[in-house]
Design a binder for this molecule. Structure first.
Ligand SMILES: *Cc1c(COP(=O)(O)O)cnc(C)c1O
Length: 406
């Protein structure tokens, strides 16, 4: 036992039972022989062995340790352990992006002849992955209304193996009853995966509500500062081992540098999410009383249809809201074009506030009828509220809203 392993043993054993805020700052860290205070980055593709026998033992798995960074990397492992601790899961697999996480889950748990249920309102690339690629391999996909439990129940089939949803939904902020859908999945013997990108574990922990898998685009709030792409899947040891199997063979793993950036992101996640949520609520309240605004979709407003469910299931209401301006596409575009500070981009989960017109960007591929059914009106705008002063965000939106003739 040397000084540094003693330091690590003392450190790790003290983290058991610590609160979310403490785990966010400290879980998963293993100090090296340098006794560094901050987490080390290991930018290495491979690892050396002390002998031929040790190399053979590592390859066969009889000796624990790193072999190659597509399999394991110490910085990535620290990120995985920290996120698993925050989601309340046994294990985590980090991926190159959020889409790589969704891809790995689909490939790990679905095969030809299987069926999955997916809520209608998921991220655009997720729909493309399912429709264009999963279907090609003989997987059946049925879309359901996020809020309609009868629809989830009615569309279950004997071969349903996976239920997948995002909550709150994008861009309408609809809140799914995760507990109730988890019960349906359990009854059907299917896995239930929740894309927790909008909430992050600082607000919502789907595993505690009965989900089997939590999926993240770390690109969004986990980084929170728009620097890196990454993703993750969290769940039981048994399920995550299967996801890791896909990642090792297919290769969309997280880079050590990105893992280090996400570690730093996790350290401030809780206070950032509180600030995003406070700003979003203030903006939603202001928008709701603006004469040029028909409707505000934000689950933190008492006028929101799932306000109570959101309060039960989430600690925070989050940073994303949408609102409908009087008129249609032309008026919505005028509000976008009148902004000077807010970034016109479809990204979200950044310190910088962003605005997008879903009907002509993120949801532009849908037919007019599908958009209408999904509730994406031509006058709808989505704002991912950042960490600027809310007074400045309001002023930037007021310029366009005040100019509309209503
Ligand atoms: C961005 C996003 C993804 C995809 O993540 P990438 O990191 O861009 O691959 C998946 N789901 C949701 C809800 C997202 O917002």
């Amino acid at each position: 036992m040397n000084e540094f392993s003693e330091l690590n043993d003392r450190y790790q054993s003290d983290l058991d039972g610590c609160s979310f805020e403490t785990l966010a700052v400290r879980a998963g860290q293993v100090r090296t022989v340098e006794c560094e205070h901050g987490e080390a980055i290991f930018p290495t593709s491979s690892y050396v062995f002390s002998s031929a026998a040790e190399a053979a033992a590592r390859f066969s798995g009889s000796s624990a340790g790193n072999v190659y960074s597509r399999y394991t990397n110490p910085t990535v492992r620290t990120f995985e352990q920290r996120l698993a601790a925050l989601e309340g899961g046994e294990a985590c697999a980090a991926t190159a992006s959020g889409m790589a996480a969704i891809y790995a889950v689909a490939i790990a748990f679905l095969k030809a002849g299987d069926h999955m249920l997916c809520s209608r309102s998921v991220f655009g690339a997720t729909t493309v992955l399912f429709e264009k690629y999963l279907r090609k391999f003989g997987v059946e996909i049925t879309y359901v209304e996020l809020l309609n439990l009868d629809d989830w129940q009615a569309k279950l089939q004997p071969n349903t193996k996976l239920l997948f949803l995002e909550s709150p939904s994008n861009p309408l902020n609809e809140v799914a009853d995760i507990r109730a859908i988890a019960a349906l999945a359990k009854q059907a013997g299917a896995l239930f995966a929740v894309d927790n990108c909008f909430c992050t574990p600082a607000s919502q922990q789907p595993l505690a509500l009965g989900a089997d898998l939590v999926i993240h685009s770390a690109t969004k709030y986990i980084d929170g500062q728009g620097r890196c792409l990454g993703g993750a899947v969290v769940g039981s040891q048994e399920l995550i081992e299967q996801v890791v199997g896909v990642l090792r063979s297919a290769g969309p793993t997280m880079s050590p540098f990105n893992a280090w950036v996400f570690l730093k992101g996790l350290e401030t996640l809780s206070i950032r999410m509180q600030a995003h949520s406070a700003n979003a609520l203030a903006l939603a309240q202001w928008l709701e009383q603006h004469p040029a605004v028909v409707k505000v979709n934000y689950c933190g407003l008492p006028s929101h249809p799932q306000y109570e469910l959101a309060q039960q299931q989430q600690k925070l209401f989050g940073g994303v809201l949408s609102f409908e301006v009087k008129g249609g596409r032309e008026e919505a575009w005028q509000v976008v074009d009148a902004t000077r500070m807010i970034s016109i981009t479809a990204n979200l989960g950044d310190t910088k506030t962003t605005i997008t017109h879903p009907a002509t960007t993120t949801h532009g591929r849908l037919s007019e009828a599908d958009r209408a059914r999904a509730g994406i009106a031509d006058g709808l705008l989505r704002v991912a509220v950042g960490l600027e002063s809310v007074a400045d965000i309001q002023r930037d939106l007021a310029r366009g809203l005040d100019a509309l003739k209503v």
